[in-house]
Design a protein around this ligand. Structure first.
Ligand SMILES: Cc1ncc(C[n+]2csc(CCOP(=O)(O)OP(=O)(O)O)c2C)c(N)n1
Length: 327
């Protein structure tokens, strides 16, 4: 059985601050969307990843432009980290012409090939065979690019997940499967949908390593990812990284999440990835209160600007509804 090496990494203070910025930006983007939904200003369904930000930042940090990510409904922060401008991302959520898909989808299925982002469909798990296919292309082209594909623990119960992992294992494809195990698939708790504790264990059946880690610790996620990246780029094949986490909001903004207790939510909020990382950075003298205030001001200005841009952008024109279609 292949194993994943504990990769040593050294991040410069500027890189650690950059990670902190991305965590803050992802959180603020989702928090603002949540407010905008309540104000009736967003046309799309909104599925926030509040509480899960360490996963997208820890896995996406340092990827190359040529590497691909295959994000899902809860991963808007991954789009930002891969290079999508907050303005375009917000316009996408407003369904405007200036959004990624020019207002032509329900907002959560867009991709940006130039930035290495593959759009998903609504069918859970369907992004995983696509990720394997992309990775197969990279292998055939002998490029050392990799693919990072995200999915929930719920999606790990559908056939596409198993087919994708099987192909990736057999072909030793340069793909990293990142499970965001946030404990619920809509209202279904993980113990009612899986007879095992760790999604990570499923990798062994397909001949490659799986690790279960604290998904609220951005550096633990980064470290595990770096090991998986080294395996993928080095031709050793796929890795499954299961990140244990929790989503603070309901499945979507219209779900009040009555199926879980206040105590459970409070327990997970006490493991908020951002204060944990803040404490670490302060301990390492990388972050000060002044720097935090500066970053928070930048993040707020960025989001304000994105909302203003999206609100002022034109609606899609009806005559364009049938352009950019492929038969
Ligand atoms: C194949 C399929 N079955 C059911 C659904 C309906 N559905 C949408 S999201 C969701 C829960 C997803 O849970 P999980 O995969 O754990 O991801 P999470 O939303 O928790 O991040 C379900 C059941 C779907 N979109 N596709």
């Amino acid at each position: 059985m292949a194993t994943i090496k504990r990769t040593k990494f050294k991040l410069a203070p500027e890189q650690l601050l950059e990670m902190f910025y991305w965590l803050k930006l992802a959180r603020a983007f989702d928090e603002r969307l949540s407010v905008l939904v309540r104000q009736g200003r967003v046309r799309s369904g909104v599925y926030t990843g509040i509480g899960q930000e360490a996963i997208i930042v820890g896995t996406g940090f340092g990827l190359r432009r040529e590497d691909y990510i295959c994000p899902l409904h809860r991963d808007l922060g991954a789009f930002l980290l891969k290079g999508v401008e907050p303005r375009a991302m917000m316009a996408q959520m407003f369904g405007k012409e200036t959004g990624l898909s020019k207002g032509r989808d329900s907002a959560l299925h867009s991709g940006v090939p130039d930035l290495g982002i593959f759009g998903s469909t609504s069918m859970l798990g369907s992004n995983l065979p696509v990720a394997a296919g992309l990775a197969l292309t990279f292998k055939m082209e002998q490029a050392d690019h990799i693919v990072v594909a995200y999915f929930g623990e719920g999606a790990s119960n559908v056939g596409d997940f198993h087919e994708a992992l099987n192909l990736a294992g057999v072909q030793r494809l340069p793909v990293i499967f990142v499970c965001e195990n946030n404990q619920y698939a809509y209202s279904v708790p993980v113990e009612k949908s899986m007879a095992i504790d760790d999604v990570a264990d499923r990798a062994e059946g397909y001949g490659f390593p799986g690790v279960a880690i604290n998904g609220n610790d951005v550096l633990a996620v980064y470290q595990a990812t770096q090991g998986a990246v080294a395996r993928a780029r080095g031709g050793q094949g796929p890795t499954l990284i299961e990140c244990k986490t929790y989503r603070w909001h309901g499945h979507s903004e219209h779900d009040k999440a009555f199926y879980r207790s206040d105590e459970e939510l409070a327990m997970w909020k006490s493991r908020d990835p951002i204060p944990t990382f803040t404490t670490y950075l302060k301990g390492r003298q990388v972050l000060t209160d002044d720097k935090i205030a500066e970053i928070e001001a930048t993040v707020k200005a960025t989001i304000d600007d994105a909302v203003e841009f999206a609100a002022a952008s034109p609606d899609p024109r009806p005559e364009e509804a049938v352009t950019d279609l492929y038969a």
